[in-house]
Design a protein around this ligand. Sequence first.
Ligand SMILES: [Zn+2]
Ligand SMILES: [Zn+2]
Length: 70
Amino acid sequence: MRVTEEDASDDDAGSEVSQHDEACAICHKEDECDMLLCDGCPKAFHLSCLGLDKVPSGQWFCAVCNDGNT
Ligand SMILES: [Zn+2]
Ligand SMILES: [Zn+2]
């Protein structure tokens, strides 16, 4: 008896998808407009909820992550 192995290649090796929250961590609404994603955790924030006018360039860390190194 002989089993023919079909080409069932599972390619979920080392998938590094950055999963961020869809809802703002402050107001918990899911408007996608002007969302700022933390580079240190999965949290997302509205610019307006943070009191910012525009998205900062480069990396951005939320207050929780900025508070990490005490
Ligand atoms: Zn918000
Ligand atoms: Zn963070």
